[in-house]
Design a protein around this ligand. Structure first.
Ligand code: PEP
Ligand code: MG
Length: 594
């Protein structure tokens, strides 16, 4: 049994589909000093895996032709070549580079060398080297989008990581569960898996080296376990656990037609975060009261060329018509950090989380931004559409974005294309700067939406996508609670709408605290969380929530706040927060459980 972290709850049982790649894009990444040894280990493991794969191919080949099997020995020798291996390891060590990039640089050096030779035999060796190096890189990356769309039976995806474009390319109905070696709680693969209700366990060390396509695997994304080639006993046990979890989720759906009102009558609007209009159907199923966050970057990830203004317009129009009269908040492109798009991204950056991200990129290259704004404006005639700017860190940025919005409006007027002139425009509050100056932002914005995923990352200086930092990524850190209280207070004073659209908004454990801190207007979350959050809201009063929040604020350590909130919620909602709610069959003797 391997241990990871559960990022989207549920249990999945099926056959492994290990993502492999023949075509790939390698990004240069700078490593933290503490990660260099792990990276060298990862490189060595990829070489070992390549050797094993060659061995298997050789065995199969020798049945066909001995001569061919001998050729494969050349490849094995190349894999053992000290010069190639040492050159790459040196590069990882000295320049703190990711293994894929360092190896590509080594390959580049050898290619130059081979090209300068006049010997045809040696030149031919270049092809062998290419083949071997690409084999190692395939093992390092562990996936390919091209292959993803070829999946034609139910599988469990196993990969080193999954990029947003991978998740877009996969046949969602055939992916029963996912397991990755890296990825944090608010990484995009986690958000995507939660939106689909697909179980996901991440942070499983060396997983891709331990499994092969076709092997049976269990993803226990309740307790964060992965079991490869389970025994019959284990299969029986986890099938039961899967059933138990499904019945629990089914039961929660019973409240979807009830309003999300506290015992003392405060109505909190529960909205959905979506990434594609295809999710409209599930919005109704889970009782969403509108779309609080439409992450438009996924539209750009689905095709090799950016969508045209017309394609964007059609997409937004379909959404607005599909959900009308309920509102849709369309967030403008938030590229950068873990969401890179070919052709739109800027220069490679050493620290992309603090670089040209979100609105900064839009302002520095307004072409794509104005395109998007015009499409949103045109679609605004078909429903209650609002605009949201991501990664705002100053009032000037918001004002500058609005000036470009005015340019978009002027263009449309010139073209005599109708749109809604008084469309509402909001700012995401997800940088400490925006949170601290939120009153000023509220003077210019029509509404604000708190992006806790990034806000926590930037407040606590903890990379949200790094699973090895997961223990430091603490939504109930005193700094986070104090900051949120300040934002909600400013929101109430301004009389403008404040919503939360980060993952914290969809965490039922946080529901009472957020209410008590002053978030009584709107929460936007992945749809599967709506019934869970609603259940809490309907069974608590504002007064009780305030008491919980006030006490949490009086505590000085995250650990104390975490255990206080957990014990409060366990006492009030034993069936939802009981530590023993692992959906295990209690009667199973412990030794038979795993
Ligand atoms: C956030 O940062 O909380 C947010 C909702 O945006 P994203 O997760 O897309 O960065
Ligand atoms: Mg964000």
């Amino acid at each position: 049994m391997l241990k990871g972290i559960s990022l989207s709850k549920g249990v999945a049982i099926g056959k492994v589909y290990l993502l492999d790649s023949s075509k790939f894009c390698i990004l240069k990444q700078k490593l933290d000093a503490g990660k260099v040894d792990d990276e060298i280990k990862r490189f060595r493991q990829a070489i070992e895996k390549s050797k094993k794969q060659l061995q298997e191919i050789k065995q199969r080949a020798s049945k066909v032709a001995d001569k061919y099997a001998v050729i494969l020995d050349t490849y094995t020798l190349l894999l053992e070549d000290e010069v190639i291996v040492n050159d790459t390891i040196e590069n990882i060590k000295i320049n703190k580079l990711n293994a894929e990039w360092a190896l590509t640089e080594t390959l580049g050096k050898f290619t130059k060398l081979f090209n300068n030779m006049n010997d045809d035999y040696l030149k031919g060796k270049q092809d062998d080297l290419d083949l071997v190096v690409h084999g190692i890189i395939r093992n390092l990356i562990g996936h390919s989008q091209e292959k993803l769309s070829e999946i034609d039976e139910p599988v469990i995806l196993v990969s080193h990581t999954l990029s947003p474009s991978d998740t877009m390319a996969m046949p969602k109905n055939l992916v029963l569960g996912m397991a990755t070696e890296v990825g944090g709680k608010t990484s995009h693969v986690a958000i995507f898996a939660s939106a689909l209700g697909t179980p996901l366990v991440s942070g499983v060390k060396d997983l891709t080296a331990k499994v092969n396509t076709g092997e049976q695997i269990i993803i226990d994304a309740i307790d964060g376990h992965v079991i490869i080639n389970p025994s019959d006993e284990q299969l029986k046990h986890y099938r039961k656990k899967q059933d138990n979890y499904r019945s629990y989720e089914q039961k929660l759906l019973e409240n979807i037609h009830q309003p999300a009102k506290t015992l003392d009558g405060t109505h909190v609007k529960l909205m959905a975060n979506i990434e594609s209009p295809d999710e409209l159907k599930s919005l109704r199923k889970f009782g969403a009261e509108g779309i609080g966050l439409y992450r438009t970057e996924f539209l750009y990830l689905m095709s090799k060329t950016p969508p045209t203004e017309n394609e964007l317009y059609e997409n937004f129009k379909k959404l607005a018509q599909g959900i009308e009269p309920l509102p849709v908040v369309i967030r403008t492109l938030d590229i950068g950090m873990d969401k890179q798009i070919e052709g739109i991204e800027g220069e490679p950056e050493n620290n992309p989380a603090l670089g040209l991200r979100g609105i900064r990129l839009s302002l520095s290259d307004p072409g794509v931004f104005i395109h998007q704004l015009k499409a949103i404006l045109r679609a605004s005639l078909y429903g209650d559409i609002r605009i949201l700017y991501p990664m705002i860190s100053s009032v000037e940025e918001f004002v500058e974005a609005n000036e470009l919005l005015q340019t978009a409006k002027d263009d449309l007027k010139k073209q005599q294309i109708p749109f809604k002139e008084d469309i509402l425009v909001g700012a995401m509050v997800e940088t400490p700067a925006a949170a601290i100056c939120v009153e000023h932002l509220l003077e210019v914005a029509d509404f604000i939406s708190v992006g806790t995923n990034d806000l926590i990352q930037y407040l606590l200086a903890v990379d949200r996508t790094n699973e090895s930092m997961a223990s430091l990524y603490q939504p109930f850190h005193p700094a986070v609670l104090k900051t949120l209280k300040g934002i909600f207070k400013a929101g109430q004073d301004s009389g403008k709408e404040v919503s939360i659209c980060g993952e914290m908004g969809g965490d039922p454990l946080a529901t009472a605290v957020l209410l008590g801190l002053g978030n009584q207007g709107e929460l936007s979350m992945e749809v599967h969380s709506i019934p869970k959050v609603k259940k809490i809201i309907r069974k608590i009063s504002l007064e009780e929530s305030k008491q919980i929040a006030d006490h949490a604020l009086s505590l000085t350590s995250t650990e104390k706040i975490n255990s206080f909130i957990l014990s409060e919620m366990q006492t009030r909602f034993p069936s939802d927060f009981d530590r023993d709610t692992t959906f295990e069959e209690k009667f199973l003797p412990v030794e038979n459980q795993i």
